[in-house]
Design a protein around this ligand. Structure first.
Ligand code: ZN
Length: 142
């Protein structure tokens, strides 16, 4: 049995964190963006020169939408609404990330939320609805 598989719990882990820590190439899975970020911070605590990025696995079947808001202290409280961030499989995330509404947030300054937490960004919700037509109720059968 591979040691790496011991940590592989049954929970789906759509995210990959890859980087270089103490000169070694390192890769781990993460179930949530928050977990991915905490791995990266662990690595940086270990090695101040560590570099790391995270992304939605390229073999994941489709885009995943994650929810986050500016961390406490980075924005006025009234502006800390929860944005929707669509992630494409295989797209590496480092630096900053753009929400559906166009808001761009620095990754280290995002507080990741679970679905339903926080005050949703209305512009993100409107874009999500517009981008996902879904079944329409037609008015009349003619
Ligand atoms: Zn938004």
């Amino acid at each position: 049995m591979l040691a790496a598989e011991v940590a592989d719990r049954s929970a789906p882990a759509p995210f990959m964190v890859v980087g270089k820590v103490n000169g070694r190439d390192t890769a781990v899975r993460a179930a949530t963006p928050a977990e991915a970020l905490s791995r990266m911070l662990d690595w940086l605590a270990d090695d101040a020169d560590a570099s790391a990025v995270w992304y939605l696995r390229e073999d994941w079947p489709g885009p995943v939408t994650v929810i986050g808001r500016p961390a406490p202290g980075t924005e006025r409280e009234a502006r800390r609404c929860a944005h929707l961030f669509p992630l494409e499989p295989g797209t590496v995330l480092d630096g900053a990330i753009t929400a559906r509404c166009g808001a761009r947030l620095a990754l280290p300054e995002i507080e990741w939320l679970t679905l339903g937490a926080g005050m949703p960004c209305e512009r993100c919700l409107a874009k999500a609805a517009a981008g996902n037509p879904g079944p329409r109720l037609e008015g009349g059968r003619g």
